[in-house]
Design a protein around this ligand. Sequence first.
Ligand SMILES: CC(C)(COP(=O)(O)OP(=O)(O)OC[C@H]1O[C@@H](n2cnc3c(N)ncnc32)[C@H](O)[C@@H]1OP(=O)(O)O)[C@@H](O)C(=O)NCCC(=O)NCCS
Length: 191
Amino acid sequence: MAEMTTAATVERVTKFRSADLNDLCEAADLAIRDGGGFGWVDPPTRDVMERYWKGVLIVPERHLFIARLDGVVAGSAQLVAPPRNNEAQAHSAQLTTSFVAPWARGHGLARMLIRAVEAAAREAGYRVLNLDVRETQRAAIALYETLGFQRWGTHPLYANVRGQNLAGHFFTKDLTTTDLPSVQPLTEAPP
Ligand SMILES: CC(C)(COP(=O)(O)OP(=O)(O)OC[C@H]1O[C@@H](n2cnc3c(N)ncnc32)[C@H](O)[C@@H]1OP(=O)(O)O)[C@@H](O)C(=O)NCCC(=O)NCCS
């Protein structure tokens, strides 16, 4: 019998194809129910979630990356450019909203997403990549540390989840180093 293999891919998207928006909403919904980590505590209604993702694609400062397992959208991450008026921080970008649906974890998708965002930030000329994460997101923290992000601070009142204050850690990576991770080529979704 032929051996089954799992195809893990990451791409930058500027337009949603066929079932992708629905699958992205579904993946986000499942990740939020599992403990979230990217803002929502409870999943919003589907129409709100759809409007959110459609909005991401039209905000010029936001660049959306999606991860697929066997072709199905299973997670995402965003590269966010600094506001245009912020000349003093024009060198630094933000990595946000990274998650992988519980059913797709452990296949290296998150690592691929972060590497793709980092590669895009380098290509765009950013010299610093910042991110922040709740202290409870242990898997994400381990991932960022293995990818060379430095923790530089902790905010004790970073988040409030169901009435409980949670600290959050702030990480940064100096992109001027030669530590360029190997990434698979980014492919734009065809129009
Ligand atoms: C964090 C998250 C994105 C990891 O997704 P994933 O696709 O399973 O991660 P990967 O398979 O790419 O794993 C990469 C590395 O992450 C770390 N990691 C992943 N899962 C882990 C776990 N359960 N415990 C500890 N470390 C873990 C490991 O360092 C792992 O490397 P290894 O496989 O060589 O040990 C996923 O668990 C998730 O969506 N969590 C909730 C949302 C979240 O925390 N987002 C980040 C907010 S900023």
